[in-house]
Design a protein around this ligand. Sequence first.
Ligand code: 9D3
Length: 234
Amino acid sequence: MSLYFDVLTIFPQIILSYLQESILKRALDRGIVDVKVYNLRDYTMDKHKNVDDYPYGGGPGMVMKVEPFYRAIKDIKADGIERTVVMLTPQGRTFNQAIAKELAFCNKRLLLLCGRYEGIDERVRDLLVDDEISIGDYVLTGGELPALVMIDSMTRLMPDALGDEGSALQDSFSTGILDFPHYTRPAEFMGLKVPDVLISGNHKAIEMWRKEEALKRTLERRPDLIQKHKGALP
Ligand code: 9D3
C-alpha cells in the first residue's frame, strides 16, 4: 500500500460518496490508495452524541469538543501504526503541490481531522495534532472538502493510480508553469481555427510552440510561478 488515509468527520458520507464516484475509485480498487472513514459521533459518550458545545467567553456559533477527538484518535492509533495527525483548518499552512508531494512520499499514514461549526477546541491542536493545513484563503463550511482535495491531489501522484501514467509528473504545477492551449476536433469551430502548427505534423515545431505558449501564458497570468520555479524551467 503506497498511500493510506484515515478521515475523522461528522459527515462520513461526504467523503465516501466522492471516493465512490470519482476516478479515485480506480486507485482504491487497485489497492494503490486506502481510505478509512470514521464518524466522530461514534466516539461520544453522552446520550445525545454531542460533538459540539457553547464557546467559553461567549460569542456566536458552537465549538467542537475535545473528548470525541481524543477518544477517536486513541482508538484509531490503537493498532500501533504510526500516523501524522493533520487538522484541516483555515489557520494551517496553505496546501500546494510541494506539500502534496511532501506528505505523499513521507511514508507515514495520514489521519485527517475535519472540523465543522465555528471551530475546534484549541486543546485538540495542543494535544493531538502534528500538522495543520488550509487549502486557501476562502471560507468553507468545514474540513471535508479540504480533506478530499488532499486525498485527490496526493493519489494522482501515485504511479498507475489514474491509468494514464506519466501525466501526473509533467503537468503544470509539477513543472512549475501553466499548461499550453489544447485542441481537439473539429479543426474549425465558430470561425476559430486550430493553430496550423498543431496540424503540420512537425513535432519539433509543435514542441517549440507549446513551450512558447505555456511560457507566454505564465508570464501574463502567473508571473509569481516563474519566480518560484525558476530552477525547473527549460
Ligand atoms: C466565518 C467563520 N470564521 C470566522 C472568522 C471562522 C471559520 C470557522 C470554520 C471559517 C471556516 C471554518 C470552516 N473551514 C474549515 O474547516 C476549513 C477551511 C476553509 O474554510 N478554507 C480553506 N481551507 C480550510 S481547511 C478547513
